[in-house]
Design a protein around this ligand. Sequence first.
Ligand SMILES: [Mg+2]
Length: 273
Amino acid sequence: MDYEEGQHVQKPKYECLLLDVDDTLYAKSSGIAVECMKNIEEYMINKLGIVDNVRELCAKLYKEYGTTMAGLRAIGYNFDYDEYHSFVHGRLPYELLKPDPVLRNLLHSISIRKVIFSNADKKHVARVISRLGIEDCFDDSICFESLNPPAAKGVAKTEDQIKDDSHKPNPMLPSTPVICKPFEDAYEQAFKIANINPQKTIFFDDSIRNLQTAKSLGLHTVWVGSSQRTNGVDHALESIHNMKEALPELWEAIERDIMPCSEKVAVETYVGA
Ligand SMILES: [Mg+2]
């Protein structure tokens, strides 16, 4: 809790939890990521006619552009975003994901606002959170379509727009019209759409690149899937299930709020006697 100097007003440190979905709300070991990668490679071969070094290109584009899709658009491939998503995500074995009552209880017990922030399309996000049984735990959601509205689907930006893009990963690389994490403009749009104050928001993601941008923009950061803290990371959790042990402050506000004043006095008096 933060305390305002000279006043008795207590302000919560956080107003919002911002959460990635894939490999954050469920473990990477589920197998979904591997299947997703296979589908992307198949799309590149079967739909785009790429034949050479598909796996290497896929990994390189993911690394340089945040998503392989953003990279494919940058290097000149044009395709329908919905078709891409239904090929890559629509065929995933979602049955690998099981209901997670532990996570559901954790999320429901936190009283502050909870917002999803994913590079994936909204159908995929909806299917994942439904399989995990946590679809009623969130107040808002930022997905691919939130940042890349259908009006802009498959339409390349003008030269002037591309010159102004702040999500250009590297001045030596071609720019992408796709807006996605880890680039700053994705976060800035998400803050506007979901009315997020980054200084009062804690962001959970499994990608260190996503967390580093987040940290530079003022968000508090939690690396999920690792216990190693590093640059850009305020907290590191092996699993989202460990959030209560690592971040008790998310619950302290509730515990203070629900304890009546008279009870607080009684406890303090008893302890002091
Ligand atoms: Mg992720």
